[in-house]
Design a binder for this molecule. Sequence first.
Ligand SMILES: Cc1cc2nc3c(=O)[nH]c(=O)nc-3n(C[C@H](O)[C@H](O)[C@H](O)COP(=O)(O)O)c2cc1C
Length: 197
Amino acid sequence: MKKILGIGGSPRKGGNSDILLQRLLKGASDEGVATEEIQLREYQFQPCIACERCRKDKECTGLQDGMQLIYPKIREAGGMILISPIYSYNVTALTKSFIDRLYSFYHFSDERPGQWSSHLAGQGRKAIIAVVGEQATRAEGGMDLTLETMRRSVEALGYEVVDELPVLGIFHKGKVREYPQVLEQAEALGRRLASLL
Ligand SMILES: Cc1cc2nc3c(=O)[nH]c(=O)nc-3n(C[C@H](O)[C@H](O)[C@H](O)COP(=O)(O)O)c2cc1C
């Protein structure tokens, strides 16, 4: 469980999210914690189709695709770093599809709407959520909305979100490299997450 899984939700290889995720994970591994980086764009998976088979099977059995490779990685890591660029005021479609496929970690009561819980809750799991966007202010480009989507989804799964990293005003591929203080902040947050596990 003393491991951190970094999950990148940008379709753009080598872009700002990739660079930030690598720095977040570098901070964590400098602190002596095992880390693994995965990029969602490298996995072939579908959005959730609401087959509801996971309610009975307690895992996703309805879609045999790349998510089946990701589920065990999530289970075995006590820490998670989830990063997405903002696309149209929210997470990327890739990130949203990923979040929806985590539905199989939930247990629901028979009546709907009704009570629910997460199979991952109560295990001391901790997370950082990170977002990068083009607009200069939080309100303008959807930063708050994007962070809220990620926070609520990750908390519902049973993680404590220990830090958020909002990075504003970055559009071009790799531009974040020109902001060493942001990269240092990412490393510091990675170290903090590792120290809390
Ligand atoms: C389809 C698309 C939609 C975008 N929508 C927004 C937006 O609503 N708000 C914003 O601040 N930036 C928006 N951006 C800019 C990206 O968030 C920005 O370029 C970010 O640095 C990309 O991160 P990446 O290099 O990790 O892919 C959008 C970019 C694309 C390609």
